[in-house]
Design a protein around this ligand. Structure first.
Ligand SMILES: [Zn+2]
Length: 85
């Protein structure tokens, strides 16, 4: 059970509460943009080895959440996941 004082929590409820998320493969959104970070634990998403390549993202692809944090916080944030085929 995740506590409200979990070190990864940092006002994400302002922009991630009750959002719809999409399970996506990370791809670079722009030429000079080579990585993103998990909104909670700051793990890295990129095309490089030893980083995350897939995670949960908001529709505008601005926020990424790693699978671990997704599982830890999904009840607290009441996310809805859409499986885009
Ligand atoms: Zn994370």
């Amino acid at each position: 059970m995740i506590e409200k004082d979990d070190w990864r929590l940092n006002f994400q409820e302002d922009y991630l509460m009750e959002k719809t998320l999409y399970l996506r493969k990370w791809t670079s959104p722009a030429k000079d943009w080579d990585h993103d970070h998990c909104a909670f634990c700051w793990d890295k998403f990129s095309d490089y080895p030893d980083t995350l390549h897939e995670g949960y993202t908001t529709e505008n692809l601005r926020h990424w959440i790693c699978p671990t944090c997704y599982n830890d916080f999904k009840e607290m944030f009441r996310w809805k996941v859409v499986d885009k085929k």
